[in-house]
Design a protein around this ligand. Structure first.
Ligand code: HEM
Length: 437
């Protein structure tokens, strides 16, 4: 209950109790914070006045956390600018096209695995199976490693990745301490974020970099980062030089797992759940995908990224303007994404799964600054294109092969109060469409 009140109350309740105000001041126990309720202000903070609000919270000065602190998500100032400029070219659509075949291989393995579930007529733990798929994609694209966790339940990478992202009591306490205690106290207690699974992945990447330096190349994310480093040290380059250390590259590869594993698998599981609950939407999506296959012969990077209904199922995005407010330097600002995305002032029936609201012809109804699944502005999610590619491709293949339905006794979706995750796995039934023919 304490956690529920801490998290849900602090943000959601404060948001709803302050109707009529664009923002509200709150204390995260000791730390003052400003909770923003107005989309104009959200855009002002995240885009127009970004230079004043570009910094994320600093985490731990502990020596142990040196690599952890190097992750793009956590670095600030000119260092963030430098590292972001090096990482950005590794996430362009051209780069995604180059990696598409690596992702497709893993999506095909997912389909084969689901076929076996069909034959066994067992319920599918959807979140778990997608997490294995995402792990295999990250393994091949970020670490250059074939882990095959989709077929091997005991696979070490997937286990460690789950541990890395697990919401443990200790992790919650660490998070609360981080949110509430001043840095001086955090440093004195010596809270460290370098957990055993983090260290495991740190060592894997360090080893892989050594192999790459001996000439092994795979065209994956790690190769791209190493190439970027090479380019930066080349005196003829036109782009500004930014020296990049091994530990910075290691940190970004591990970050891939921290920010790219659970988020993507969770999104895929949520989408599958809502499609299973809404067979008519599933049918409509299948029709769109069948038309694409009929026209182009197969699914390609371009077709899955451009399919309008598939995109509406997953998303919608937006941009610009705002209003005014003054804050003390260092004061925290909280953008309550969940509350904004569920505010009936901005959304009709916010609690319903209505993908049509995100179709291009309805985009004008989406108020900019109220829909932020990947953040907004220069510090938005750098991996969005990658996440969409892997999630859309796998879901498209799933929808073309299977009819999904809710497993009896598992109709309700219970959400964790700590993070946007289901408390239990999402259990679905996958029925092969080939059986129908
Ligand atoms: C469905 C999947 C994902 C969701 C919903 C998601 C969401 C987010 C959000 C909300 C932010 C904060 C943005 C802001 O502050 O404005 C973020 C940042 C970030 N995400 Fe993602 N993300 C996903 C997948 C990925 C993947 C696959 C990667 C791969 C590397 C990734 C890498 C990052 C990084 C590096 C940042 C920090 C960017 C910076 O500080 O400059 N994310 N993500």
């Amino acid at each position: 209950m304490l956690f529920k009140y801490m998290l849900m109350f602090l943000f959601t309740q404060t948001y709803h109790e302050n109707e009529g105000n664009n923002f509200v001041g709150a204390y995260e126990i000791f730390k003052p914070s400003l909770i923003v309720r107005d989309p104009g202000l959200v855009k002002r903070i995240m885009i127009q006045d970004f230079d004043h609000f570009s910094e994320r919270r600093t985490i731990s000065n502990s020596k142990k956390d040196e690599c952890f602190r190097e992750m793009l998500f956590l670095i600030n100032g000119s260092h963030w600018k430098g590292v972001r400029s090096i990482m950005s070219p590794t996430f362009t659509s051209g780069r995604m096209r180059q990696m598409y075949h690596l992702v497709e291989e893993k999506a095909d393995a997912l389909i084969e695995r689901l076929q076996r579930h069909c034959q066994e007529k067992s319920f599918v733990k959807t979140k778990t199976i997608y997490a294995r798929y995402v792990m295999d994609v990250i393994g091949t694209c970020a670490f250059g490693i074939e882990c095959n966790s989709i077929n091997n339940e005991e696979e070490e990478f997937c286990k460690k990745a789950s541990e890395l992202n697990a919401i443990s009591a200790r992790g919650i306490l660490r998070g609360i301490a981080l949110l509430t205690l001043p840095n001086s106290v955090l440093n004195a207690i010596g809270i460290s974020f370098t957990t055993p699974p983090f260290l495991f992945f740190q060592r894997v990447v360090e080893e892989t970099i050594k192999n790459r330096e001996m000439g092994v190349k795979r065209g994956d994310f790690l190769d791209l980062l190493l190439e970027q480093r090479e380019e930066q040290s080349n005196s003829n380059t036109k782009t500004p030089k930014y020296p990049i250390k091994d530990s910075t590259i290691v940190a970004q590869s591990v970050l891939f797992l921290i920010v790219g594993h659970d988020t993507t698998a969770g999104t895929m599981a949520f989408v599958s759940y809502y499609l299973a609950r809404n067979p008519h939407l599933q049918h409509r999506l299948r029709q769109e995908l069948r038309d694409i296959v009929e026209e182009h012969g197969t699914l390609t990077y371009q077709t899955i990224m451009e399919a309008p209904f598939l995109d509406a199922i997953f998303s919608g995005d937006e941009q610009l303007p705002g209003t005014d407010v003054i804050l003390k330097k260092g004061q925290h600002v909280t953008v309550p994404v969940w509350s904004l995305q569920n505010d009936p002032r901005y959304w009709t029936n916010p609690d319903q799964f209505l993908p049509d609201r995100f179709l291009p012809e309805n985009n004008h109804n989406v108020i900019s600054g109220t829909y932020l699944p990947f953040g907004l502005g220069p510090r938005n999610c750098i991996g969005m294109r990658f996440a969409f590619m892997e999630a859309k491709l796998a879901l498209a293949k799933v929808i073309l092969k299977f009819e999904m339905s809710l497993a009896p006794g598992h109709e309700e979706l219970k959400l964790s109060v700590v993070a946007m995750k289901p408390t239990d796995d999402i259990m679905l039934v996958f029925k092969s469409l080939e059986d129908e023919q």
